[in-house]
Ligand binder design. Structure first.
Ligand code: PBG
Length: 329
């Protein structure tokens, strides 16, 4: 016996009130984290050529952006500093400088908008002359354990400047445990760790590398530490390890091409899962909008809703302020 006409799935879709009542997933500004690109100087907004609508901001402008986040109900911002070539080196020692750009940005934001959470990236690519996330041996290997030591120092440097969430994006093994121990040892019991657990060696990071100034200098690729896009089960092992090592939350990156990974993690673990809708995804959406083949408002919100439906607590997205406004903030 066929269910139709007793069952008509269109019945609940007929009116706006009924659609409201039956909606399974919600999206609000509280689900967004806004990535920002600090740059040197004062009163500077330098457009990122590959990311229409996104600019690098000097520290004073970042403070304003943080206030904007607060007024839009966006709970947190994420910082990715553009380090000048002169401050990049083989050993990435600028990462440990207590007065480096990211530390000044953290302090300015905490000053201007203390109610906004500050997440900082931990990886050496922002400071290395070769653009890799770790230190390199003479034979060209990205050194795991020596890099982890640097990452602990980098994390402490950022925690001391007042950052709330340390987000290691380097994909070295064992770094969550080492960073957690470092933070505890220095009294930062309440500094969270959001682990980039399943970070793929992706083609979607191009515009970001342009924004932070590591694209031009990067030699080779990151396949010896970032994950193979063909792998899903391995992502679950990464997450299991990071939870065991002390991560408060985990992240999947990129976002839209990896919704299956988000869902698999959400089903397997009771840990908050975040996604990073990365620069290439932003550029792709903006290119479609510019070409007149995608409606900006509807397209942006539908893409963000997909992350919530897949099981995310929240999303890092360059569309955060636009999305918050579209939601009526
Ligand atoms: C690396 C890092 C990357 C991004 C954030 N941190 C990319 C990379 O591996 O080069 C990408 C973010 C984006 O594309 O928006 N530490």
């Amino acid at each position: 016996m066929t269910q139709f006409p007793h069952t008509r799935l269109r019945r609940t879709r007929m009116t706006a009130w009924s659609r409201d009542l039956h909606r399974e997933t919600s999206l609000s500004p509280a689900n967004l984290i806004w990535p920002l690109f600090p740059t040197e100087g004062h009163d500077q907004e330098v457009p990122v050529g590959t990311m229409p609508g996104v600019s690098r901001l000097s520290v004073d402008r970042l403070a304003k952006a943080a206030k904007e986040a607060a007024s839009l109900g966006i709970p947190a911002v994420a910082l990715f500093p553009h380090t000048s070539p002169a401050r990049r080196s083989e050993d990435a020692k600028e990462a440990l400088n207590p007065d480096n750009l990211i530390c000044r940005a953290i302090r300015a934001i905490k000053d201007a908008a203390p109610e906004v959470g500050v997440l900082t990236d931990v990886a050496l690519d922002l400071y290395t002359s070769h653009g890799h996330d770790g230190l390199i041996s003479d034979s060209g290997e990205i050194l795991n354990d020596a890099t982890v030591e640097m990452l602990v120092g980098q994390s402490l440097n950022q925690a001391r400047a007042g950052c709330d969430i340390i987000a290691p994006s380097d994909m070295m093994d064992g770094r969550i445990e080492a960073i957690r121990a470092g933070l505890e040892g220095d009294g930062f019991h309440n500094t969270q760790i959001m682990a980039y657990s399943a970070k793929y060696a992706s083609a979607f990071y191009g515009p970001y590398r342009d924004a932070v100034g590591s694209g031009g200098v990067l030699k080779g690729d990151k396949k010896t530490y970032q994950m193979d896009p063909a792998n899903a089960r391995e992502a679950l092992r990464e997450v299991a390890m990071d939870i065991e090592e002390g991560a408060d939350s985990v992240m999947v990156k990129p976002g839209m091409p990896y919704l299956d990974i988000i869902r698999a993690i959400r089903d397997a673990f009771d840990v908050p899962v975040f996604a990073y809708q990365v620069s290439g995804e932003y550029a792709m959406l903006e290119a479609a909008i510019a070409a007149g083949v995608l409606d900006r408002g509807k397209g942006v919100l539908e893409a963000l809703m997909s992350f919530r439906r897949a099981g995310c607590s929240g999303v890092l997205t360059y569309h955060a302020p636009l999305a918050a406004r579209l939601m009526g903030a």
